[in-house]
Structures are given as structure tokens and as C-alpha cells.
Design a protein around this ligand. Structure first.
Ligand SMILES: *Cc1c(COP(=O)(O)O)cnc(C)c1O
Length: 399
């Protein structure tokens, strides 16, 4: 049961989180993830999922997952190397490697696990890891688990990256680590400049492309293709839990020797259960859709452009960009929260983010578009933003 003083300490911590207004609450959907979701209190237009291509409830993928259960069972009850590898796991690894034009790929239960395992397996105390300060928590944790020297550079700041590369110049090997897309801003990492600096200082490059794979760059391959540096990025990590069907799973795609070494040494791979067969067969169907046509990508980017255009016209302050993450800036945390509440009342589900998730005074509502939003959905959302602004105090809100 724990000692009463320890339990009291935890209760105090929870009370402090609540008092600071930082308690995260879950809202239960009563149906599938989609552009319109069902909650106990009614339906909402959903603008806060990572369901970029709208594949989360795609009937073709659902059928492939059901078929996968029938042909390959529900679970494997094993890690990969004991008796948890099926033909479909190998097929998915092959297909990921093909899509991303790498030698090979290796599956993990999540991208969190991929990032948790990749560094410790490949780098030791003689090496240096140079990491963007806004990288995803899983990269930060993965780097912490590794004995390599750690250097951090300011977000997308190439002068600072160069300074850190210089500081790390005596290491045995160096790797620059970045998100392809920074999820709070929707900004892309400047991979062309990063690769130039990496070349100059003899460093490798790792890109976690979780918020891009499936829909950014040529064929939806990701941010390296946006910048034309696909042949200069050494290691790609990413998730199946966003655009690629949204179920679960992650991967590392890289040179043959990287993937082979991860199979021998990556701890989340060696000590955690294999991906469920239905997730694998469903994700294979998602990849077939992603590779088969540009239609969903075109709808997604058209929706993003429409939303950005209409919101700017209505006088809202947006962070600029090309990504379907569209941050609507309010500055003040209370205001951003009040706007999200008013939007919810008008049937539009979005999330407000404030400090410490974003810098102090930079509170925002992060809108995420999907290929399955209709033009009408987008127009309704913009109208709801305008009405919500009126409700919380008019034009003073903007900017
Ligand atoms: C979402 C995300 C992850 C985590 O992916 P999971 O498969 O859900 O664990 C890792 N890195 C980045 C950059 C992400 O956006």
C-alpha cells in the first residue's frame, strides 16, 4: 500500500499540477478516429488528430487488419527473435525500406521505442550526439540512455549547430539528430543546411520524420525529399501511429549494417513484444494506399491551404508554413484555453497549448488538417473560430 507519507507526497504533487491548471484530461471517443468524432456529449468536427491522410478508419485498412487476425492470429506472445517473427513482419520491413529508399528497416512497438533503442546500440562514450533543443521527448530519452557525449543546439539555429559540431570535433564519430517537423510550430528542420554542416564536420544525420512520413515530399516519403537530401540522411525513424493508419508501431530505416546491429543490440527490440499481426497487415494496406496515389496528399495540402487562407483573411495570427499543422497564436494561456472551450461549444474539437509545452507568452491552438476534412468542414471550423473570438471578447483577441 505504500507508506502514508509517500502517498501524501504524490497527492500533493497532483494537487500542485491541478492548481497550476496543468492537469491533462482524457475525453473518451465512443467511435473511430475520423474527421467527425463521437463523444458522450455529442459529435465534434475533429481538428486535433495526427490522422493526416484520414486512414485511421479507412475500410480497406480495417479489412486488411481483420484478415490479418484470421490468417496470422491475434498475438504472437513472443519477442521477434524467439518466435515472434511472421512473414508479414518481414514484408512490412521490406516495404518501409522500399518506400524510404534505404537498404533495410527494422520494426519497433512504437517510434518512442525506436528512438529509445537506436542511440545506445550504435554509439558509445567516444562518440558525440548533437541534438535540436526541441526534439521529441523520445529522442531526448533515447540520447540519455546512451553513453555518448551530448550537445544541444537552439531550435533550427545553424550557427549554433556549427558551434556544437566544432565543440564535438574530437569525438570518434558525430551524429546530428533532428525532428523532420517540429510539432508545436509545424516548422520543418532545414535539412539542406543541416546536411551541409554535417558534411563539413564529418557527421552523420538522423531524422525522426513521424510528423511527415506519408504526406510530405515526393511520394509522401518525408522531409528529406522536400529538401532533396534523401541520399544524405543516414538514419530515418518514424511512426505508423500518425499518417500511416494511426494504429501503432515505429521503425528505423537505414544502411544495412545499422539495421543489422539494431537487431542484435536495440533493447526495446530485444526485450519487448512483437507488433500484433493485425497492426502489421493493416499498416501494409496503409502503405499500399500511400504508394498508390497522391490523391489523399493533395486533399490534405489543399485543406491546409484553404484553412490558412481563410483564417488569415479573418484576421487570425498564424505561424507561417506548408505543413498541415497550423498554429493559431493567442499569446495568453487563459485566452487560448477560453477559445478552445468556445470552439468545443460550437462543435469543433481543438487543443490549446501553453507553457511549458510552448514558450511563455506563446500560447496557441494547434489545428491539424486531414485529407478527410471536406471543404465544408474547413469553412465550418473557420466560422467557429470567428464566433468563438466574438464570444471571448472580440477583435482584441487576435495577435
Ligand atoms: C509521435 C512522435 C513519436 C512517437 O511515436 P509513437 O509511435 O507514438 O511512439 C516520436 N517522434 C516524433 C517526432 C513524434 O512526433
Amino acid at each position: 500500500m505504500g507508506t502514508s507519507t509517500t502517498r501524501q507526497r504524490w497527492a500533493d504533487e497532483l494537487a500542485a499540477i491541478e492548481a497550476a491548471g496543468l492537469t491533462k484530461r482524457e475525453r473518451a471517443l465512443t467511435g473511430p478516429q475520423s474527421s467527425r468524432i463521437a463523444l458522450a456529449t455529442g459529435s465534434r468536427l475533429n481538428f486535433c488528430a495526427n490522422n493526416y491522410l484520414g486512414l485511421a478508419d479507412d475500410p480497406r485498412i480495417e479489412q486488411a487488419a481483420v484478415d490479418g487476425i484470421r490468417t496470422h492470429g491475434f498475438g504472437l506472445a513472443s519477442v521477434r527473435f524467439i518466435c515472434g517473427t511472421q512473414d508479414v513482419h518481414l514484408e512490412l520491413e521490406h516495404r518501409v525500406a522500399q518506400l524510404l529508399q534505404r537498404d533495410a528497416a527494422i520494426l519497433f512497438s512504437s517510434c518512442f521505442d525506436a528512438n529509445g533503442g537506436v542511440f545506445e546500440a550504435l554509439f558509445g562514450a567516444e562518440d558525440a550526439i548533437i541534438s535540436d533543443e526541441l526534439n521529441h521527448a523520445s529522442l531526448i530519452d533515447g540520447i540519455r540512455l546512451c553513453k555518448a557525449r551530448r550537445y544541444r543546439y537552439r531550435n533550427r539555429d545553424m550557427a549554433d549547430l556549427e558551434a556544437q559540431l566544432q565543440a564535438a570535433s574530437d569525438a570518434r564519430s558525430r551524429i546530428v539528430v533532428t525532428d523532420g517537423v517540429f510539432s508545436m510550430d509545424g516548422y520543418l528542420a532545414p535539412l539542406d543546411e543541416i546536411c551541409d554542416l554535417a558534411d563539413r564536420y564529418d557527421a552523420l544525420v538522423l531524422v525522426d520524420d513521424s510528423h511527415a512520413v506519408g504526406f510530405m515530399g515526393d511520394g509522401g516519403r518525408g522531409t528529406p525529399w522536400v529538401f532533396g537530401v534523401q541520399d544524405r540522411v543516414d538514419i530515418l525513424t518514424g511512426t505508423f501511429g500518425k499518417a500511416l493508419g494511426g494504429a501503432s508501431g515505429g521503425y528505423v530505416a537505414a544502411h544495412r549494417e545499422v539495421v543489422d546491429l539494431l537487431r542484435q543490440r536495440a533493447r526495446p527490440y530485444l526485450f519487448s513484444n512483437t507488433l500484433a499481426p493485425s497492426v502489421v497487415t493493416g499498416t501494409l494496406a496503409a502503405l499500399a494506399i500511400v504508394e498508390g496515389s497522391d490523391d489523399a496528399r493533395e486533399r490534405l495540402h489543399a485543406n491546409g491551404a484553404l484553412f490558412r487562407g481563410l483564417m488569415a483573411e479573418a484576421g487570425f495570427d498564424l505561424l507561417p508554413g506548408e505543413h498541415p499543422i497550423v498554429p493559431v497564436m493567442f499569446g495568453d494561456a487563459v485566452l487560448a484555453g477560453a477559445m478552445a472551450d468556445e470552439l468545443d461549444r460550437r462543435g469543433v474539437y481543438v487543443t490549446a497549448f501553453s507553457y511549458p509545452v510552448v514558450p511563455q507568452g506563446r500560447a496557441r491552438i494547434r489545428v491539424q488538417l486531414s485529407a478527410v476534412h471536406t471543404e465544408q468542414d474547413v469553412r465550418e471550423a473557420v466560422a467557429a473560430f470567428v464566433a468563438a473570438r466574438e464570444a471571448v471578447g472580440g477583435a482584441a483577441v487576435t495577435g
